[in-house]
Design a protein around this ligand. Structure first.
Ligand code: GLN
Length: 190
């Protein structure tokens, strides 16, 4: 609907994953998973409601459809949004509280390298653009990477997995490292 759709399409295409743009509820039929891109969560929320996708997608997510949310996409998946617009809607698909623009405004956007543990360990380049900050996560949420940075009181989770949900506060589609998309493809059974 909005945001860096093209970059996610390119990232998935590199992995040989076929994509389809989802603009209305009927576009959801038969998909193995859905990506909620970065952009503006308030605008995405409005467009999700006006297209009828909010309820349709919400039902699919509740039914276990795998989803990757990046940046604004993470805001849409959170269970609580701080500093959001009062009318902003979100799915509550992952048990976490996020603060919109929690790292600061556009000028405080930054690039860094993250430590990633697990099967595909090693530093991962990460771009944070007016990124949401994960303030807390529930017990069922696996934190795949945390960010430590001067100015942060404590390490903050930046890559989360919970059941069929994978969510990042950064933009894996903007760097050449494909580990996040590969993990998501495997969650989709691809
Ligand atoms: N700050 C934006 C929002 O809350 C997210 C920014 C992004 O996706 N790069 O929607």
């Amino acid at each position: 609907l909005q945001g860096d759709v093209r970059e996610h399409v390119a990232a998935l295409s590199e992995l040989g994953v076929a994509t389809r743009l989802v603009k209305r509820p009927s576009d959801l039929s038969g998909v193995a998973g859905v990506v909620l891109p970065g952009g503006e969560s308030t605008t995405l929320s409005m467009l999700l409601v006006s297209t009828g996708l909010f309820d349709a997608l919400g039902a699919s997510l509740a039914g276990g459809l795998p989803v990757l949310g990046t940046c604004a996409g993470l805001v849409l998946l959170a269970s609580e949004v701080l500093d959001g617009r009062p009318d902003q809607r979100f799915f509550g698909a992952v048990d976490c509280v996020v603060r919109r623009n929690g790292f600061g405004r556009q000028l405080q956007s930054f690039e860094t390298e993250l430590d990633v543990s697990g099967d595909a360990a090693g530093p991962m380049p990460a771009v944070f653009i007016r990124a949401p900050m994960v303030v807390s996560v529930g017990p069922g949420v696996e934190v795949l990477s945390v960010l430590s940075r001067p100015g942060l009181d404590e390490p903050t989770p930046v890559l989360l997995r919970s059941g069929s949900v994978l969510a990042a506060s950064f933009h894996p589609e903007l760097t050449p490292d494909r580990r996040v998309h590969r993990l998501f493809a495997s969650m989709c059974g691809l």
